[in-house]
Design a protein around this ligand. Structure first.
Ligand SMILES: Cc1cc2nc3c(=O)[nH]c(=O)nc-3n(C[C@H](O)[C@H](O)[C@H](O)COP(=O)(O)O)c2cc1C
Length: 386
């Protein structure tokens, strides 16, 4: 489905173009590239490549923040075919092409560290066997995607044993070190959208009876151990965490999201990490269709729990993004779908000009079509020079 819309005029977007201190960085503006899985790594080996570098460089601006597509920390953590990893020498070398290209444009790039847990399929990692999770509970809805791009029923995951959890934390540490070696500017721990850390956080999925289950403090334990371990590699000013309170994507639910995520965000705030990144539940994980107006406002709900840099994502356009910043509920806005189709989105928001429509059929997998061929304004205004 494609859409064509006009963004509002530039004066109302001014709040997006003030600098922002975000951990160790000073951003020149507040228009952030949301993490976006595009499934275009080189095979075999899930290795980033020159085409990926072109895509990120097109979206880089001096002092602007890009967050990479979710990037598996291990083969076990892989959930979809052709997504890139950040645990092998070849992947480090591939990401180096990408980070160099972004830095050449003066931009910053954080790597989103990803373990999908139960959303995986054993065909993606035949040696490792079944997907793993907090508990042996398969997602109620949706399908798994096999290595051959087939949609199949989810497998029932294997509950991780207590003794295995240090190995999971160690995999995050290894990936964090690889991200450093690849030249990233920091890392974002993906604890949103129903992937492994979220599977531990939310009691609809975590039925454990050990010290990683039950009370909120127990369910948050794995995420906070991962955060502490990754902070020990990068320092707090280079680490962000993404969360999706009230998110239903990947069959998630929790009995008390307000209490759970207030605790988690207070704990993250106490650790002085660079930023918290909240996915707004109204956007339903980036699915098209009307925003759910009845969904709670996550940024507004958790602002007090996390007073420093807060990135909000989900269903924003220039006007609503500016309002969220002006209201003080968020400090920066991550854009997903509109940044896919508008490589120069910050400039377009600043000028208040029309946005390119996006083509969902080319979101996941494929070539440069729908990836690096969306035109920037200059190419539209003077096509012969493009
Ligand atoms: C094609 C696509 C891929 C996505 N991949 C990721 C991802 O890798 N990691 C993540 O945290 N969220 C991912 N999301 C969610 C987006 O980061 C974002 O939260 C969502 O699209 C809502 O923002 P938007 O309304 O600006 O598109 C994805 C969304 C889309 C549409």
């Amino acid at each position: 489905m494609t859409k064509s819309i006009s963004s509002p005029n530039s004066s109302s977007n001014a709040p997006l173009f003030n600098p922002l201190r975000l951990g160790d960085l000073t951003l020149a503006h507040r228009v952030v590239l949301a993490p976006l899985t595009r499934m275009r790594s080189t095979q075999p080996g899930d290795i980033p490549n020159a085409l990926n570098a072109t895509y990120y460089a097109q979206r880089a601006t001096p002092g602007g923040l890009l967050i990479s597509e979710a990037t598996q920390i291990s083969l076990e953590g892989k959930g979809y075919p052709v997504t890139p990893g950040i645990y092998s020498e070849e992947q480090i070398a591939g990401w180096r092409i990408v980070t160099d290209a972004v830095h050449a444009k003066g931009g910053y790039l954080f790597a989103q560290l990803w373990h999908v847990g139960r959303i995986s399929h054993s065909s993606l990692h035949p040696q490792q066997g079944l997907p793993v999770s907090a508990s042996a509970i398969a997602p109620a809805d949706g399908k798994a995607l096999t290595a051959a791009f087939q949609q199949v029923e989810f497998e029932t995951p294997r509950a991780l044993a207590l003794e295995e959890l240090p190995r999971i934390v160690a995999d995050y540490v290894h990936a964090a070190r690889c991200a450093q070696a690849a030249g990233f500017d920091g890392v974002e721990i993906h604890s949103a959208n129903g992937y492994l850390p979220d599977q531990f956080l939310e009691d609809g999925v975590n039925h454990r009876t050990d010290v990683y289950g039950g009370a909120i403090e127990n369910r948050a334990r794995l995420l906070l151990e991962v955060v502490d371990a990754v902070v020990s590699v990068w320092g707090p000013g280079r680490v962000g965490v993404r969360l999706s309170p009230w998110g239903k994507f990947n069959s998630m639910n929790d009995s008390n999201p307000l209490a759970l995520f207030t605790y988690v965000l207070q704990q993250l705030s106490a650790r002085s990490i660079a930023y918290a990144h909240l996915v707004e539940p109204r956007a339903n994980g980036g699915a098209d269709g009307a925003l759910d107006a009845s969904a709670p406002d996550a940024a507004a709900s958790f602002r007090k729990a996390f007073p420093s840099a807060l990135i909000s994502a989900g269903g924003y356009l220039g006007d609503t993004a500016s309002k969220a910043i002006a209201s003080g509920h968020a400090d920066a806005i991550a854009f997903g779908r509109w940044f896919i189709s508008n490589p120069d989105l910050p400039r377009r928001l600043q000028l208040g000009v029309e946005l390119n429509p996006y083509d969902r059929s080319t979101f996941y997998g494929g070539t440069e079509k729908g990836y690096t061929d969306y035109p920037a304004l200059d190419e539209i205004l003077s096509p012969t020079l493009a």
